[in-house]
Design a protein around this ligand. Structure first.
Ligand SMILES: Nc1ncnc2c1ncn2[C@@H]1O[C@H](COP(=O)(O)OP(=O)(O)OP(=O)(O)O)[C@@H](O)[C@H]1O
Ligand SMILES: [Mg+2]
Length: 357
């Protein structure tokens, strides 16, 4: 074979390969675009669609994350439930995938800055999308302050550690403060009026209401390009409503369901999910230790990152301890809560602090 004809043959091969590739690409694209509304899914008529909506499935994205068992109340056969979920999955590009593709999917995980470079570094770049990050600690440790700060940060462009998105804020203790949002927005150089428009706020009055709000949030998340879902506090209502030892099992079951929904939404919409949690005030017969977060094992077992916040002494400094992460080592960093929000502690302040100890 002459050099020329070899080159031609190679060229031909390359063209064929790229045609093949673009065909695959086109098929994938077509699959992705196929179903815009849940009614478009094969086997979903108006009656089924109505029941799915009652269950909180308003979008193809959230349906893609459902399990057949969760669709039980719809009254369709298990086989049909599998088909509907399967169609929704292929529509949003989730199906059986090879491990190398899994790696690609993992690459779509984005990170949100906490406002403190030290904390971001401990988290290997910031809070992750597609999983839950839990902040737990005593009252005044800065959990809600962190939530407020994240409401601002998520709106920032990616170059500044943001996600260019909005927030869904589920507030269970009526501690959301617009004044704080305005202060932090100004400090970050955002227009306060615009910043508050990107926060969708809901107050949850009971644990059932809290669950209901989340279960029906998929459409709001989609329509408002929400990239951060906050539940502050995750456990307060559960803790006050489910009192006594015999209530522990049902409480954990409900909490588990709630967390499961939150993970599913964060995956479906590539959003960061943040929950706050208080600690037991006294040594407790179930958890054994004064600094354990409420909710025990079930909250702990759902795949997520847990950060323990505590006050350093008097003053603005807080200690953030990475207690558990799916893949990062434990660590501890300091940050501070000021009028501007969550900030790093300067070297100078660190020295003063260590002298004061
Ligand atoms: N404008 C501000 N300037 C400086 N620090 C502030 C400001 N607002 C709040 N803080 C600090 O944040 C603390 C309150 O923290 P936060 O409300 O986040 O606590 P929390 O961990 O959510 O507590 P709880 O368990 O009661 O919900 C205050 O005690 C104060 O130290
Ligand atoms: Mg709070």
């Amino acid at each position: 074979m002459s050099d020329d004809s070899e080159n031609q043959a190679l060229e031909k091969q390359e063209t064929e390969k790229s045609e093949e590739k673009s065909e695959l690409q086109a098929r994938l694209e077509e699959n992705k675009k196929k179903f815009e509304f849940i009614e478009d899914l094969p086997g979903v008529g108006p009656a089924t669609a109505g029941k799915l909506r009652e269950l909180g499935y308003h979008t193809v994205e959230s349906l893609a994350m459902a399990t057949a068992r969760e669709l039980d109340p719809v009254g369709i056969s298990e086989k049909k439930a599998f088909q509907v979920i399967g169609a929704a999955r292929s529509s949003v590009g989730i199906a059986f995938i090879r491990a190398d593709e899994l790696f690609k999917m993992r690459k779509t995980v984005a990170r949100l800055t906490s406002g403190s470079k030290a904390l971001d570094k401990m988290l290997a770049g910031g809070l992750e999308t597609q999983t839950i990050t839990e902040f737990y600690g005593e009252y005044g440790s800065g959990k809600s302050q962190m939530c407020h700060q994240l409401c601002i940060n998520v709106q920032l462009p990616t170059e500044r550690g943001g996600l260019n998105g909005g927030v869904l804020y589920i507030d269970t203790e009526n501690t959301f403060r617009l004044e704080r949002i305005v202060q932090m927005a100004k400090a970050a150089g955002l227009e306060p009026e615009q910043a508050v428009k990107n926060i969708i706020y809901a107050e949850a009055y009971t644990s059932d209401h809290q669950m209901f709000l989340l279960e029906n949030s998929d459409e709001i998340i989609k329509a408002n390009n929400i990239k951060l879902i906050i539940i502050d506090s995750l456990t307060a209502h559960f803790r006050s409503e489910y009192v006594g030892r015999e209530m522990l099992a049902p409480r954990q079951q409900r909490l588990n369901k709630h967390m499961h929904k939150l993970v599913a939404l964060s995956r479906a919409f590539n959003a960061v999910a943040v929950v706050t949690n208080q600690v037991m005030a006294k040594p407790d017969q179930f958890f054994g230790d004064a600094i354990h977060p409420i909710g025990g094992n079930i909250v702990g077992h759902t795949s997520h990152t847990r950060i323990y916040l505590r006050r350093a002494s008097h003053g603005p400094i807080r200690i953030a301890r990475l207690v558990s992460s799916p893949y990062l080592p434990e660590g501890e960093e300091i940050l501070k809560v000021t009028e501007n929000g969550i900030e790093d502690v300067s070297e100078e302040e660190k020295v003063t602090k260590s002298r004061g100890r």
